[in-house]
Design a protein around this ligand. Structure first.
Ligand SMILES: *Cc1c(COP(=O)(O)O)cnc(C)c1O
Length: 361
C-alpha cells in the first residue's frame, strides 16, 4: 500500500498531521464550539426561497465579487464600513489562507501566541509560511509590552491575534493590538470568530481599522450565527488589502448557493443571533459550576470554557463520550475545553462530569 511518505510531497509537509477534531455524532456535541441551537424554521424557509432562486441561474458562474453579500456584511458590522472593506470566503479558515497566500508564504513568517486556534498553524504550514511563537503572560493574557517585545525580537511578516482566544477564552485588548501594529511593518490579523459572545462594550479591533491599512479583522458566520455548515467567513480591512486578496483567491470561490444562503441569514440577523444571550448564560454557568466542582475554569468571553485541574483529561473525555457527550481535549496538560450548549446539554455535561470519580488533579 502506498503511504504518504512514498509520494513526492513537499518536504515541509512531511510528517505533519491534518486538522483532526473527532467528528463523532453523539447525543451532546460540545466539542467544536458550534452554536448548538438550530436555525429557526422561518429563517430556513426564507433561505430556501433564495437558494431556489439562485438555482434558476446555476448554469452560470456566480457573482465573482459577491457584491450583495459584501453589502450585507458591511451593514452587519457597521463601523462606517462599506463593501470595499469586506472580503469573504468559505469559512474564515479560507479568509486566513488567502491572507497568508498574499502576505505570508515561502521566505516569510507569521507570529502567534499559543495556545491558540489550531488551524492558524496548519494554514501557515499549507501556505509555506514559517510559524513563530511567543509565550503568553499569566492568565494567558498578552500585554502590549509582551507583544511588542516578541515582534521586535522575531520580526514576523504577519502577526496573528485571536480574541476572544480559542481555546482559552481570553480577550486581547485594543491597546495590545495597536501597540503591535506600531511595532511592525507587517500585517496584523485579528481573528474575532467569537466576538458576538463577548460582554457588551468589549474591545473590537474594528474600532482600530481607520488609518491602519495593515490591520485585518476576521469574523465568521460559523459560531454566533449558527451557520457552520454553510462555510462563510469574512474580514474587514482597507480596500487595498481586499485587492491583494483578489490576487490569490480562485475565481468564483463562493458558490451562488452559499452567497444566497448567507445573504438570507444576514437578512434575519436578530433571529439568527437570538440564542447568543442564552449561550452566554450557559457559558457563565459553566464557569461557576466547574469552579464549584473543584476545577479551575478560565474567564471566557467566548461560547466555550477551558478548565484545568483535571487529573486525566483523556480518561474524562472517554468517560463522557461513553455517555454520549463529546467535549475537547486541546492538548494542554490537565485541561479540557467544553462548548456552552443549550441549557439541557449543559446540564447533562455538568451532571455527568460531577458523577465521574477521581476527576480532580
Ligand atoms: C471556529 C473558529 C473559526 C471559524 O472557522 P470557519 O472556517 O469560519 O468555520 C475561526 N477562528 C477561530 C479562532 C475559531 O475558533
Amino acid at each position: 500500500m502506498t503511504s504518504l511518505n512514498d509520494l513526492p510531497i513537499r518536504d515541509d509537509l512531511r510528517g505533519l498531521t491534518p486538522y483532526g477534531a473527532p467528528q463523532k455524532h453523539v447525543r451532546v456535541e460540545l466539542n467544536v464550539n458550534e452554536n448548538t441551537h438550530p436555525v429557526p424554521e422561518t429563517v430556513i424557509d426564507d433561505i430556501m426561497v433564495r437558494v431556489r432562486d439562485a438555482l434558476t441561474s446555476i448554469n452560470r458562474y456566480p457573482d465573482r465579487e459577491f457584491t450583495p453579500l459584501r453589502d450585507a456584511l458591511a451593514t452587519y458590522l457597521g463601523h462606517g464600513l462599506s463593501r470595499d472593506n469586506i472580503w469573504a470566503a468559505n469559512g474564515s479558515n479560507e479568509v486566513i489562507q488567502h491572507t497568508l497566500q498574499a502576505f505570508g508564504g515561502p521566505g516569510r513568517s507569521v507570529l502567534a501566541f499559543p495556545p491558540t486556534y489550531s488551524m492558524h498553524k496548519i494554514i501557515a504550514a499549507g501556505s509555506g509560511t514559517q510559524w513563530l511563537t511567543a509565550e503568553r503572560g499569566p492568565g494567558f493574557e498578552i500585554t502590549p509590552e509582551l507583544a511588542v517585545a516578541a515582534i521586535e525580537s522575531q520580526r514576523p511578516d504577519v502577526i496573528f491575534f485571536c480574541t476572544p482566544n480559542n481555546p482559552t477564552g481570553t480577550p486581547v485588548s485594543n491597546a495590545t493590538i495597536a501597540a503591535a501594529y506600531d511595532a511592525t511593518d507587517g500585517m496584523v490579523f485579528v481573528d474575532e470568530a467569537y466576538a458576538e459572545f463577548a460582554p457588551a462594550g468589549s474591545d473590537t479591533a474594528l474600532d482600530l481599522l481607520e488609518g491602519r491599512p495593515r490591520l485585518i479583522v476576521s469574523r465568521t458566520m460559523s459560531k454566533a450565527f449558527a451557520f457552520a455548515g454553510a462555510r462563510v467567513g469574512y474580514l474587514a480591512a482597507d480596500p487595498a488589502v481586499v485587492d491583494a486578496l483578489r490576487l490569490v483567491r480562485l475565481p468564483y470561490h463562493l458558490s451562488a448557493l452559499t452567497q444566497a444562503a448567507a445573504v438570507g441569514a444576514l437578512a434575519h440577523t436578530p433571529e439568527m443571533l437570538g440564542m447568543v444571550d442564552d449561550i452566554k448564560v450557559q457559558r457563565d454557568r459553566l464557569e461557576r459550576e466547574l469552579a464549584g466542582l473543584g476545577f479551575t475554569p478560565y474567564p471566557s468571553a467566548a461560547n466555550f470554557v477551558l478548565f484545568g485541574n483535571v487529573a486525566n483529561p483523556q480518561q474524562v473525555f472517554d468517560d463522557l463520550l461513553a455517555q454520549g457527550i463529546i467535549i475537547r481535549d486541546v492538548g494542554i496538560g490537565h485541561h479540557l475545553r467544553v462548548t456552552a450548549g443549550t441549557e439541557q446539554e449543559t446540564t447533562e455535561f455538568l451532571s455527568a462530569l460531577s458523577a465521574l470519580e477521581a476527576t480532580l488533579a
